[in-house]
Design a protein around this ligand. Structure first.
Ligand code: HQG
Length: 183
């Protein structure tokens, strides 16, 4: 399968498994899992055809490991990034490193200064351990600006951090006092 086709399927899966399963009438359970069989059938009916082999290739080769199968590959879910507020990914709090990074753009800085980092339409604020990833995330919107989050200090003060299956750090919000706006 070529790159373009993989990307097309990955985008479609993100839409269904994170945001709008109702688009094709797909059911997600409370932990975000969809039946693989139902996904293939309903996608086909909707006009987006892909085989189980293609789905497996997308899950295995996805650049950010966005999706996971259950053990017998009868179910699939997105590892993070949901805007569906009712999905419980069963994340357990873990100890974060001293600092984590968030990539954003200049036009949001005023609001972030005032209100801190907020989850906006997703379930969590997304953070990374390395600056390079934060640069990529920020550059989706323009010239990236990197914010350093004092995650170690936050945790000591009782804030919880989670690590998704694909190594994205997640938290509910980051108040401004824990953000270093200058590197
Ligand atoms: C900004 C992609 C105003 C925040 C990426 C960001 C990531 C505020 C935007 C994942 C704000 C939200 C998530 C505030 C935060 N006022 N703006 N108080 N607080 N913002 O897309 O972190 O390819 O929901 O800086 O790689 O950009 O989809 O979050 O610019 O991992 O797998 O509001 O999405 O992954 O945008 O990206 P998003 P994000 P995938």
């Amino acid at each position: 399968m070529n790159e373009k086709n993989m990307k097309r399927i990955s985008k479609f899966l993100s839409l269904l498994l994170r945001h709008q399963p109702e688009k094709i009438g797909l059911q997600l359970d409370s932990n975000g899992w969809a039946s693989v069989e139902e996904l293939l059938q309903k996608s086909k009916k909707y006009g987006v055809r892909f085989s189980i082999d293609e789905l497996e290739a997308v899950v295995a080769n996805n650049d950010k490991k966005r999706f996971t199968f259950n053990i017998d590959k009868t179910k699939i879910r997105a590892n993070q990034g949901h805007s569906l507020q009712t999905i419980d990914l069963e994340l357990r709090p873990v100890q974060p490193p001293e600092f984590l990074y968030h990539g954003t753009v200049a036009k949001f800085l005023g609001a972030i200064h005032d209100k801190g980092l907020q989850k906006m339409s997703r379930q969590h604020v997304h953070l990374s351990t390395d600056i390079e990833t934060a640069m990529k995330v920020g550059s989706r919107r323009g010239k990236p600006i990197i914010l350093t989050v004092k995650s170690g200090e936050m945790q000591l003060k009782g804030y919880e951090f989670y690590l998704s299956e694909n190594n994205v750090w997640l938290t509910d919000s980051v108040p401004s006092e824990f953000i270093k706006f200058k590197q």
